[in-house]
Write a protein that binds this ligand. Structure first.
Ligand SMILES: Nc1ncnc2c1ncn2[C@@H]1O[C@H](COP(=O)(O)OP(=O)(O)O)[C@@H](O)[C@H]1O
Ligand SMILES: N[C@@H](CCC(=O)OP(=O)(O)O)C(=O)O
Length: 269
């Protein structure tokens, strides 16, 4: 199953808040630098990469010196506006070291409900990719409405799956702070076992994921499985893996048994 992964040419890589910020909200520069180096190297190898990066709220918190994630929506939106500029500044700097060109794309869910907007987004992304530019996508948190429910800004897992569908990606790679889907939350249970392969996103599998959020990320594991479901509807496989060891990204793209592989048919069987 995984051997086809080596042929994946267009890859959407989603980077969660937990991957690029420390628990105090400050940007993890070492991690970001490593990720950018790997992405630049993958581009050198001929792959087309689209990055979906979270971290705007976390970076905004770090800049303002707020330790606890605020509950108020307007505050989170304001922090995202502050943090998004910081994220892009850092991506420019790190990608610039490898002579890469990047672009910022901010999307909302309604883009995917309008043929005209979707077409515009597709044309922009396609043109950027054809010019060798790496699009860096985040949600436009300032104007997001549909995915803002209760006190939370929408999750980028879902957005990354929609982007994968939009750009007709061959693979969705979701990086997080855990190895992949485990039989129980590994952050709470040290004996949790990794599930390395999912053929079907059954109720049983979905029930393993907790939707609890940590201080900076949102959504938890359930939104990653839902993202895989959306991707599989477009015939795109998903791999969940941990960003702590940067080698995981190479291994995942080499079709090695790393993380959780979710088949492109996981929604059908
Ligand atoms: N069954 C499970 N297997 C793995 N992780 C799980 C599971 N259930 C819940 N989680 C949680 O999902 C979290 C990852 O989601 P999240 O915090 O949103 O990450 P990110 O910021 O990378 O998107 C893990 O830190 C873990 O606490
Ligand atoms: N747009 C928000 C995304 C929040 C989000 O989805 O975070 P995560 O669960 O870490 O991917 C931000 O950049 O902070």
């Amino acid at each position: 199953m995984r051997k086809n992964i080596m042929q994946a040419n267009r890859v959407v890589i989603k980077i969660g808040t937990s991957s690029i910020t420390y628990v105090n909200g400050n940007i993890n520069l070492k991690k970001m630098d490593q990720l950018v180096r790997v992405i630049s190297d993958l581009q050198n190898s001929g792959k087309e990469i689209v990055v979906v990066s979270s971290g705007a709220v976390g970076a905004g918190m770090g800049r303002i010196g707020i330790i606890e994630r605020p509950k108020e929506l307007n505050m989170k939106q304001a922090l995202a506006a502050i943090g998004q500029a910081i994220l892009m500044e850092l991506y420019q700097k790190f990608f610039g070291e490898y002579n890469r060109k990047i672009a910022q794309i901010l999307l909302t869910r309604d883009v995917f409900c309008s043929k005209i907007k979707e077409n515009n987004a597709f044309n922009t992304m396609s043109t950027l990719l054809s010019m060798g530019v790496i699009p860096i996508v985040n949600e436009n948190d300032t104007v997001s409405t549909s995915e803002i429910e209760g006190d939370r800004i929408g999750d980028n897992d879902t957005l990354s799956a929609m982007v994968a569908g939009l750009v007709e990606a061959d693979l969705l790679l979701i990086l997080s702070d855990v190895e992949g889907l485990c039989d129980t939350n590994p952050c709470k249970n040290p004996n949790a076992k990794l599930i390395s392969h999912i053929d079907k996103l059954s109720e049983e599998i979905l029930s393993l994921a907790e939707d609890s959020k940590n201080e900076f990320g949102t959504g938890g594991m359930i939104t990653k499985l839902n993202a895989a479901k959306i991707a599989s509807k477009k015939n795109i496989p998903t791999i969940l893996t941990c960003s702590d060891d940067i080698q995981n990204i190479y291994d995942a793209l080499d079709g090695k048994e790393i993380g959780t592989f979710i088949s492109a048919k996981a929604n059908e069987v």
